[in-house]
Each structure stands twice: as structure tokens, then as C-alpha cells.
Design a protein around this ligand. Structure first.
Ligand code: ZN
Length: 102
């Protein structure tokens, strides 16, 4: 692990390594579709996120209250996806059908 990685927190490191993994996979298989790689990364990320958000089982736990049912977790996940997408530098593309019409 290089020094730059050690200085990152877990959130930044996970995000950065996920992108690097995508780049590595794309480089290793030039024939692979970037869409397939990205969809696979997303599937793995969602799997990991849901795994991490299993309620602890204490019905009075305040931490788990917002994620105590599958539908609640999906709602939280949707919100997170929405925020992360809108914050992304790639949310708007210069080639968007509606680009330049703002
Ligand atoms: Zn809990």
C-alpha cells in the first residue's frame, strides 16, 4: 500500500479503489464492455452495502431504526444513489441531448 492510500479514510479509499478496479478490468480485457464492468461493480457495491446494513436485531436500536426493514433500506439506498450521482463530475455530459440548453 502506498503512502497516499494510507492517508485516505475508508470512504475515500473504497471509492477510489472501486474506480481503479474498473480501470484494471477494462485494461485486462480490451473486449469487455465498460457498461458491463460498471454494472458488475455496481452489483457488487449494492451487495456489500446491503450486507453492511443488516439491522443488529435490537428493536430499540436508534442506529438501525432508519434501516430496519428491506423497504427502508431500499429508500436509504435510493437517496444515497441520487446524491452520489448528482455530486459526480460525470453527472452532466457535454454530449447530453439537452446540453447547452440550460
Ligand atoms: Zn442496531
Amino acid at each position: 500500500m502506498n503512502q497516499q492510500m494510507e492517508q485516505m479514510d475508508a470512504y475515500d479509499q473504497a471509492a477510489s479503489e472501486a474506480v481503479e478496479l474498473g480501470n484494471r478490468l477494462a485494461e485486462a480485457d480490451q473486449e469487455a464492455s465498460l457498461w458491463d464492468i460498471a454494472d458488475g461493480l455496481l452489483a457488487g457495491a449494492i451487495q456489500y452495502w446491503l450486507y453492511s446494513r443488516q439491522p443488529c436485531g435490537d428493536p430499540r436500536c436508534e442506529d438501525c431504526a432508519p434501516i430496519s426493514t428491506a423497504e427502508q433500506r431500499l429508500e436509504v439506498l435510493h437517496q444515497l444513489v441520487d446524491e452520489l450521482a448528482r455530486e459526480s463530475e460525470y453527472f452532466h455530459a457535454p454530449t447530453d441531448a439537452n446540453a447547452g440548453r440550460a
